[in-house]
Write a protein that binds this ligand. Structure first.
Ligand SMILES: *Cc1c(COP(=O)(O)O)cnc(C)c1O
Length: 459
């Protein structure tokens, strides 16, 4: 019997493997990465010997494993993936997919100097916010606008600038948590104000807000319930209702919209969300929303509202810590520019395009995918009806009918196949339904479909 100690002794020496990788195998990678990979694989083999999981492996097998690991380590960790889940705004997959022209322009700005904070007309220092403020005011009808790192930062900046050390009234039905790290009560505390909860989970009336007001009150806050819906016996106070109360007590109405809808999707039969413009028109003094949800742009927090309030935010020293960077700003400006022509925006902004894609077109796409697949004995390929989601904490309860290609392989389990797809050079993220792997074509481009088909054909 080979005992564990002798198995350990048979493992090649670290220095020797490193030399072998560089000289014999001519692996091209920085030496630190080679060392790291060698150490990792040797340690893991040692561990397996200790637990009895390994009874030794040949030198070549070990060297192959190490070479694979070096190659993995030598690639960027953050990479493009194919989203075959049908979830349009998939937070784990980077939320909104940017328009082609937008990502092209980011290369230009990133690779050269720019007028980020330079006023080319005056030849002097300018503001980074100037590139989007006018566009935002024009598109939403607001007096002023400001952009920060994300919507969580926007809420923080608004509260910290306008109502620090004061009380803010929020309905109990709107104390939301988004993705585990954004929680209304916590962000309130961090921004230095006190939360005053009013009403109940399902019903909050005008009188609840009025009764919650004291000499310490600084604002009325409304929060969009982005990722859940309270249905049944419910009542919430509209922005108009809040504005009437706010006006009587000279309190600003702040609305955290979550997803900033620029275009009226309700008019296209999708959801019931109001647009940013509508919320401002209804009387919200300050509205904030994400850049990478329904807007379909980069991660950003957008704040629009009255000049007086936005002015206070611009003067807050913390703005510096929350500021947006030049690549994001480029993507945001160009995305907003698309909205100047709504018809065009529906085609060029992938998020809108994918949400609005007609069912017939999706079926056609799924059939096209099926045609690319070579029939084989081990595989069952089928076009099936499915439902996609908008996702990203937008429009809860809205399901979009869609089409998918379902894959069943006799020799590979669905779990195994799903994993193999994830490990592809361009990872493909799918969904498992029953014992099949589903590729929802809503979130796949024609190029993505080709890549997926090539993968399945070479199995
Ligand atoms: C998504 C969301 C946030 C957080 O926005 P991020 O841009 O992810 O920081 C805050 N509030 C509401 C209501 C949301 O839906």
């Amino acid at each position: 019997m080979t005992d564990k100690n002798s198995l350990m002794r048979q493992l090649p020496k670290v220095d020797e493997i490193i030399r072998c990788m560089i000289i014999e195998r001519a692996v091209k990678a920085p030496e630190v990465l080679i060392k790291l990979a060698v150490k990792k694989e040797i340690d893991s083999e040692r561990e397996k010997i200790v637990t009895g999981e390994s009874t030794g492996c040949t030198r070549d097998v070990l060297l192959d494993r190490i070479e694979d690991e070096i190659k993995r380590q030598n690639q960027p960790h953050l990479k493009r993936v194919i989203n075959a889940t049908g979830i349009v705004l998939h937070t784990n997959l980077g939320r909104a997919k940017l328009a082609q022209e937008v990502s092209d322009q980011m290369k230009e700005i990133g690779g050269y100097y720019s007028n980020l904070e330079y006023d080319l007309e005056a030849g002097e220092r300018g503001s980074r916010y100037a590139h989007v403020e006018q566009l935002l005011t024009f598109l939403t009808g607001a007096e002023a606008a400001l952009v920060v790192n994300n919507n969580a930062a926007a809420v923080f900046l608004i509260l910290n600038s306008l109502v620090r050390e004061k009380e803010v009234i929020v309905s109990r039905g709107e104390l939301v948590e988004i993705g585990g790290s954004f929680r209304v009560p916590e962000i309130m505390k961090a921004s230095g104000c006190t939360l005053v909860e009013v009403g109940t989970t399902n019903k909050t009336h005008e009188s609840d807000y009025v009764n919650g007001i004291s000499e310490h009150t600084g604002a009325l806050l409304k929060v969009h319930t982005s990722n859940y819906k309270i249905i049944g016996f419910t009542k919430e106070v509209s922005i108009e209702g809040l504005k009437a109360i706010g006006a009587r007590h000279q309190l600003p109405v702040i609305y955290d919209m979550g997803s900033g809808l620029m275009m009226d999707l309700k008019a296209h039969g999708i959801g019931e969300e109001p647009t940013v413009k509508q919320c401002l028109f209804d009387g919200a003094d300050v509205v904030c929303f994400s850049g990478d949800k329904l807007l379909g742009g980069p991660q950003a927090g957008i704040i629009v509202g009255s000049k007086e309030y936005i002015g206070k935010m611009k003067k807050n020293h913390l703005l510096r810590a929350l500021r947006i960077d030049k690549l994001t700003l480029t993507a945001l400006e160009l995305t907003l520019r698309e909205y100047l022509d709504e018809e065009k925006a529906m085609k060029t902004i992938p998020t809108l395009h994918m949400i609005m894609e007609p069912l017939e077109r999706l079926e056609e796409k799924a059939r096209l995918f099926l045609k690319l697949l070579n029939p084989c004995q081990e595989a069952e390929y089928e076009v099936v009806k499915t439902q996609s989601q908008i996702g990203g904490g937008s429009m809860p309860g809205v399901c979009l009918d869609s089409y998918a290609v379902s894959v069943y392989r006799t020799e590979i389990s669905e779990g195994m196949l799903e994993r193999m797809l994830r490990e592809n050079s361009i990872p493909i993220v799918t969904r498992i339904y029953k014992n099949k792997v589903l590729f929802d074509v809503r979130t796949m481009s024609e190029e993505d479909i080709q890549t997926a088909a090539d993968f399945l054909n070479q199995l």
